[in-house]
Design a protein around this ligand. Sequence first.
Ligand code: OXD
Ligand code: MN
Length: 597
Amino acid sequence: MSTTLTAPPTTNTHVTGWVDEMARMCKPDRIYWCDGSETERERLLAEAIDAGVLMKLDERKRPNSYYSRSNPNDVARTEELTFVCTPTREEAGPTNNWMEPGEMYAKLRGLFDGSMRGRTMYVVPYIMGVPNSPFSKVGIELTDSVYVAVNIRIMARMGNIALQRLGMADAFNRGLHSVADCDPSRRFIVHFPQDNTIWSVGSGYGGNALLNKKCLALRMASYYARREGWLAEHMLLLEATSPQGEVRYIAAGFPSACGKTNLAMLVPPPAFDGWRIRTLGDDIAWMRVGTDGRLYAANPENGFFGVAPGTSMATNLTAMKMLTRDAIFTNVALTPDGDVWWEGMDGPAPDRLTDWQGEPWTRDSKTPAAHPNSRFTVPLANNPMVSPNVNDPRGVPISALIFGGRRSNTVPLALESFNWTHGVYLAGTMGSETTAAKTGAVGVLRRDPMANIPFIGYDAGEYLAHWLEMGARIPRPPKIFLVNWFRKGEDGRFLWPGFGENMRVLEWILERCDGHAAARETPVGLVPRATDLELRELPAKPAAVDAALRVDLDEWHDELTLQDQWLDFLGPTVPRALRLQHDLMQEALETARKARV
Ligand code: OXD
Ligand code: MN
């Protein structure tokens, strides 16, 4: 029998009955109900330090901040071990792993049976979204990881507030998580959308273990969003204020570790004096049609779980400021004086460090000091440039939807779609070179619809159909754009300087939304000419900008072939409108290729 350390702060028998049932299976020594209080925060942190899970960083250098090192076999999302267990395989579609739900439950029960022996089961109730918002959702995660409990406390509104919001209802996500023996051969991250249930075993990594984030707020939410007529997307949210004081909102989707956090916190270059970018979110957007016919978006998270390497004063000043305190760092390097370091941080590397695996590191070391997917977790409120509207329960009205992949070729710096269907085609067939945020090879081109492929909780063809239907449901839809910050020249160097300079592209996009800026029509979309962009003081050569903006008809010929293969792979549920869109682009492209010779 487990000892209950704190009394359940609810009489909701749907909750208490389920916690009892899960405890009977996992057999923890103790059960602890998190209330979300400040006292509890200290208690959990002390427990984590005692258990060797967290280390306190030097209080003078990095106040109220902690360091954690994971098992080296557990440093990224494991998509190959992530499942969506709908009643039929077709419902999960070709981009998800699938197993019959009964069979999967049976397999996982075997792994969870007794997995929490000798450990505490933390009951972590949370709300995704602003508590008084129609957008928000309640979940409860049962976990044997104190690291997970303290991270969810940062990433969501956690504790009694969630149980109060739930009242006596049954409408909560049931998350069960055990690190168990952290063995990759017994690691599963499994979604049962029909039961509003997620079971995750064998990993403590954020995206696999903080079930509120990728599992609930994207995979499960996307499943419900389709049924209920809204969108759950892998997108940042930013607020742009022009020198004239006009405020506009942009949602932008990029694959993991492709600069969402940096774009959400962009600092405009000096030539953009008077512009201000403020952040609403850096990873997830829930979007619904508002009563005024516009698309409204809200960030369901309350914190940032960002990639550390590459973050510096030059690339993301705002992030560096928000990380000066109250953060948890995972798998970065440790300095001898109790602070953190990662590759890409300003200045030269310190002489000596302890690397992410706990080994001594010097500047001559051949391996990186911080893991390429090392992370920080920090509260949203720490961001000095957070938007004052971040907690608006209605969300914010979106002017532009931007999608971007990491493409060393083909895709120009910016591309505006001709209309909603064309935008859904461009985003739905988008490709991106893989990064360290997931296990497996890095730099491999894969198709990543809406930068959301790891997180679409159902058949991807149906997902694209849902996007088309959403267009028909939004009386005043945002425009859809593609961008590419990552195109390279023949010398292998990036053509566009990126980071703050991306403001130049954002300005063009906002002006296009207002019908001001000009663009050139190409067979694949509307592209800015160099003269359509504000390029004053840009630290790049005009030839590089021209190359970044170029639509190469031959590259696009190959790209359209790959896109066609992708639609074939997705299969019969791909909407016909997207097939026709492909054919239309191909015809236009071939006409242009013939006209060229
Ligand atoms: C993330 C990811 O952690 O996309 O946000 O992997
Ligand atoms: Mn992400």
